[in-house]
Design a protein around this ligand. Structure first.
Ligand SMILES: [Zn+2]
Length: 290
């Protein structure tokens, strides 16, 4: 676990299209001071309004995670948030010139590479964690999320699809920079061809292509080159979990066990987490030995 807050060393940028809007968007990540958190700024709007990446600011979770405050809406933040959290970045300003973040290749890989290229700056401020002392659980309609006490941030994720290509998959990772980069960041979002076609008919997924999602038709993957990991589907759910749980506002010391969860359910869990204040506290770690 890291003892100091971190930001990036130098500004970095990329551009791409929003998966739902189909609109081109330019994105820049810039360093930010201690206790700033991750804040999105809409540089295309008058006065460049901003919104902090926090679950209190979540306004929609139906297709993607959308945050908003005072005339500033930013959509599809989950994969970038996973990239920042996975790479242990606490403080950053993210500037965008459209409402939806670029989908890139449907994973957090391009964001992770970008953040890595920016370099990491250790800051003069202790990293503060949510430390889980007693399990907190949310169960509903066969979906469940429980967080258990642990001295690291660990995620165990299970998905169960009545589909021969996916079926039931479980994976379990302690999330640190190396594991995130190697095992999780490149896992892409996925969908079924009939769903994608339906979404397009309703004006959604306008930017969705085989370049930014794994698409399944019948019992085969349509993408050239197939899957990046044999269990890429569940690894992407871990990636989504990291992004969703990052909206808690600080790193977590605890073991998240999620089954059949998604953005909306993860968000509901965060609300429950904050109701159960007796089950956790906040802590910093002793400084690194000199
Ligand atoms: Zn996702």
């Amino acid at each position: 676990m890291k003892h100091h807050q971190q930001t990036i060393k130098t500004p970095v940028s990329c551009s791409g299209v929003g998966v739902h809007s189909g609109k081109t968007v330019n994105l820049s990540i810039k360093p930010a001071p201690v206790n700033h958190g991750i804040r999105f700024v809409r540089v295309d709007l008058p006065g460049a309004p901003g919104v902090t990446a926090h679950f209190n600011n979540v306004v929609d979770t139906s297709l993607a995670t959308v945050i908003g405050a005072e005339g500033c809406i930013v959509s599809t933040i989950e994969h970038l948030m996973a990239g920042l959290t996975g790479m242990s970045i606490d403080n950053a300003i993210v500037e965008v010139d459209a409402y939806e973040l670029p989908i890139m290749d449907g994973s957090a890989g391009p964001f992770t590479t970008l953040i890595k290229s920016a370099g990491t700056l250790s800051q003069e401020g202790a990293k503060c964690y949510f430390k889980v002392n007693d399990p907190i659980s949310l169960n509903e309609n066969g979906k469940s999320v429980t967080i258990y006490p642990a001295d690291e941030f660990r995620i165990t994720c299970t998905i169960a699809y009545d589909h021969p290509l996916i079926g039931t998959q479980t994976c379990n990772f302690a999330i640190d920079r190396e594991t995130f980069e190697k095992e999780i960041s490149a896992a892409r979002t996925f969908g079924f061809l009939h769903e994608v076609e339906l979404m397009k008919r309703y004006g959604l997924a306008r930017g969705g292509t085989l370049d930014n999602a794994v698409v399944i038709d019948g019992d085969r993957v349509l993408n050239d080159g197939g899957l990046r990991y044999p269990d890429e589907f569940v690894r992407h759910k871990v990636l989504d979990c990291i992004g969703d749980f990052s909206l808690i506002g600080m790193p977590i010391m605890g073991h998240v066990v999620a089954s059949k969860s998604g953005h909306a359910f993860n968000h509901a869990f965060l609300e429950k987490f904050f109701e159960e204040k007796a089950s956790w506290d906040t802590c910093t770690l002793a400084p690194d030995p000199a």
